[in-house]
Design a protein around this ligand. Structure first.
Ligand code: PLP
Length: 383
């Protein structure tokens, strides 16, 4: 008897590996977790508690209830600037479910998909379980982590492009001009664009553009309640599909998990209808403050390479001659801080470690300070 080879091909998560090394140790600076440290807004928690006491929790329509999908359509118009017919909105088990609904609806064994390096590793795992092949396109620190779509290798097996903006793990937002260049490549070759937009409402300057605005005819977009509303554990997200796809994706989602959680749907409706923008702004302000403190420290040390514009992550370089895994272990052993080795996100990203700005401004500032200390100690000992 054997286990599934496509599952065995998924690399082990470096985030969990670091957390395992850190387990049981007191007094560590935790910069590895990609989740908000806030409670979900009170209106969300109250709506869910009330529903649990007064309603039977049952299966819902696979694509999600109509009132929630209508509220999502209003949000897409207000926040993302796109008008989307209700039948295109599919409520899912988290943003990860929205990505899977999109990827599995269009990819099959042997199909190729262009994916960024660095990339959020769960997306790579999903592609591998489908028997499809990720082909990585580089996002290098020397280019401000921007892609060069005109250089991507595309052949007859290439079906799709994955993009993620604002991005995990770099915090980079793809400007509209870059989205347009990606759309031009996708159009020329007849490719889907799977656009991971789960951080759409976490940005520090200009609003990020949605790929749905730029490539409306070929984009499948993934969104989540996890990040905007600090609802990671509620597990709710949604995909925006293409017209005519709902029945196809319903077969897939029904086979996987029937429908998303009803209590989370009630909570999500309250999030959209009752949470005021200032509550979201207060959380984003905390991430921005952490980003600004980190940037000030890096600039003062003449070590600032780029400025993350959204999500809540910052990549810090690994000193020359070290790999991200061993450098992350050094940070743990010598500086009592936990980061994610870049190798988790791709081969090129082995030159980086990721820290989370969601850890809070003081923790982030302390972490950047310790990273500077270690890189200076290593430079002294090698020079
Ligand atoms: N996409 C990216 C880039 C993420 O970072 C995450 C979560 O960390 C997700 C998707 C999944 O979001 P969710 O937690 O809602 O499943």
């Amino acid at each position: 008897m054997r286990l599934s080879p496509s599952v065995e091909a998924i690399p082990r998560s470096g985030i969990r590996a670091m957390a395992a090394l850190a387990q049981g140790r007191q007094g560590l600076l935790h910069l590895e977790y990609g989740e908000p440290s806030f409670f979900a807004p009170e209106a969300v928690r109250r709506a869910a508690a009330e529903a649990l006491l007064t309603e039977r929790m049952v299966y819902t329509p696979t694509e999600g209830p109509g009132d929630l999908r209508e509220a999502i359509a209003r949000k897409l118009a207000r926040v993302n600037g796109v008008t989307v017919a209700l039948e295109r909105i599919f409520v899912t088990h988290g943003g990860v479910g929205a990505l899977y609904a999109s990827l599995a609806s269009v990819l099959g064994p042997g199909d190729r998909i262009l994916m960024p390096d660095p990339c959020w590793p769960n997306a790579v795992g999903q592609v591998l379980t489908l028997g499809a092949e990720p082909v990585f396109y580089p996002l290098g620190a020397e280019n401000g982590f921007m892609p060069e779509p005109e250089t991507w290798p595309i052949d007859a097996s290439t079906r799709a492009i994955l993009i993620n903006s604002p991005q995990n793990p770099t915090g980079v937002i793809l400007p509209r001009a870059v989205l347009e260049r990606i759309a031009a490549v996708a159009r020329r070759h007849g490719l889907w664009v799977i656009s991971d937009e789960v951080y759409d409402q976490i940005y520090f300057g200009e609003r990020p553009h949605s790929m749905l605005e730029v490539y409306p005819e070929g984009t499948l977009a993934a969104y989540s309640f996890s990040k905007t509303y600090a609802m990671t554990g509620w597990r709710l997200g949604y995909a925006v599909l293409q017209p005519g796809m709902q029945a196809h994706t319903t077969k897939l989602v029904e086979s996987c998990y029937s429908s998303s959680s009803m209590v989370a749907q009630v909570a999500a409706l309250a999030a959209l209808d009752q949470v005021e923008q200032r509550e979201i702004d207060a959380m984003v302000d905390a991430y921005r403050e952490a980003r600004d403190r980190a940037m000030a420290l890096l600039a003062a040390a003449d070590r600032q390479r780029y400025v993350p514009e959204g999500a809540f992550y910052l990549m810090l370089p690994v000193p020359a001659g070290h790999a991200s895994d061993s450098f992350a272990r050094m940070l743990l052993e010598r500086k009592d801080m936990v980061v994610v080795p870049g190798a988790t996100f791709g081969r090129l990203a082995d030159r980086e470690v990721r820290i989370s700005l969601a850890a809070g401004a003081d923790v982030v500032a302390e972490g950047v300070g310790r990273w500077l200390e270690l890189t200076e100690e290593l430079a002294r000992s090698s020079g």
